[in-house]
Write a protein that binds this ligand. Structure first.
Ligand code: AMP
Ligand code: MG
Length: 339
């Protein structure tokens, strides 16, 4: 398949919207990561998303809207706490899970009776959804298992030849996927941490819990609440190890580890800024917010540079800490050394 590359010019957004409306697939920028979109009302189009990504079809998609009025079209009920999130944090990097209406096909929700809804803050995403005239179902626009794309070049690498079009809208600012909050149980639960934090939700009086699986792998026989939890995620080709703690201890440990790589090409993702010998060094930035923005891109860059083992410096410093830690631990398949 020929994949068109679009800019954010009005005529190109309109053409992309038409492709979505007619059942095609378009990758588009959002403030979190690039999404791979199809009409949320078209079951066959949703099936094509799973094929293009190589994604297991029991992993549901997020329905993206550009107007809060669209929520009532797809959700059966809106609990009070969810309404607070809609009022205070939308548009923004948060996804709410509500009971679905039957217009949303099972292929979008992977057979669940719930639907994940997000109103992205990114102007290009909003313009595309408006041009399509339908909500857009989308997961991240990466091949299944790979780090989510935060730059157009990542999408071009993974999706060329597999989808109808890619809109190049520059780099994503948040860099990690949206916070997912499930409102269909007794109490709201954060299933995935992101740019809207636990503290942000608490400050609005929402009695939210954090799902225990956020920082651990799910046992193979356990049924995950958030279907995405059971799959391999964010994994670069390199073997990643997280070294967590304060600067001196972390850097001392990484220097030791660099001496034990048996000739493998090593890389360090630094947040403290360091002078390691014999390693490809990429910066994650000084804050967890910068780390979130740089993480996926750095993981892909290590692969491009042929790095075989990566040591990632990490310490939880700000509201983005949990979101970064969640992705880092998964990228490292839980290889974490606390010093
Ligand atoms: P992605 O942004 O690529 O991770 O894809 C969307 C993610 O949203 C999935 O992996 C699920 O974890 C989550 N999700 C979407 N719909 C639902 C739902 N109805 N219930 C629980 N989680 C959902
Ligand atoms: Mg994804």
């Amino acid at each position: 398949m020929d994949t068109k590359l679009f800019s954010t010019e009005e005529n190109e957004i309109n053409e992309a919207g038409k492709i979505i409306r007619n059942g095609g697939l378009v990758a588009f920028p959002t403030e979190t990561v690039y999404g791979l979109g199809a009409s949320a009302f078209d079951a066959d189009a949703a099936k094509k998303i799973y094929a293009a990504k190589g994604r297991p079809s029991d992993n549901p998609l997020i329905v993206h809207i550009c107007d809060k009025a669209q929520i009532a079209d797809i959700a059966a009920e809106i609990p009070n706490a969810a309404q607070i999130v809609i009022d205070k944090f939308m548009p923004g990097p948060v996804t709410i899970i509500l009971k679905k209406k039957s217009v949303v096909p099972d292929d979008v929700t992977a057979g669940l009776d719930t639907v994940a809804i997000r109103f992205p803050a990114h102007e290009t995403a909003q313009r595309l959804i408006a041009a399509a005239g339908v909500p857009i179902a989308a997961p991240s626009a990466n091949l299944s298992g790979k780090p989510s794309p935060t730059k157009a070049k990542h999408v071009i690498k993974d999706m060329t030849g597999r989808i109808d079009a890619i809109i190049d809208g520059g780099d994503c600012n948040v860099g990690v996927e949206s916070t997912i909050v499930d409102f269909t149980g007794e109490r709201p639960v954060i299933l995935r941490p992101g740019g809207v934090t636990y503290d942000d939700l608490k400050a609005q009086g929402i009695e939210v819990e954090i799902d225990k699986n956020i920082l651990q792998s799910i046992a193979p026989d356990e049924v995950p609440k958030c279907p995405g939890m059971k799959y391999k995620h964010y994994a670069p080709n390199a073997e990643v190890t997280v070294v967590e703690g304060e600067k001196n201890a972390v850097q001392k440990k990484i220097k030791e580890l660099l001496n034990e790589t048996n000739g493998k090409i090593a890389g360090v993702l630094t947040m403290y800024g360091a002078d390691y010998d014999n390693a490809v060094i990429l910066s994650a930035g000084n804050t967890n917010k910068e780390y979130a923005k740089n993480l996926f891109s750095a993981l892909r860059e290590f692969d491009e540079l042929g790095v075989e083992v990566v040591f990632a410096e990490f310490s939880e410093k700000d509201g983005y800490g949990l979101a970064v830690k969640n992705r880092l631990y998964k990228a490292a398949a839980q290889r974490v050394i606390h010093v």
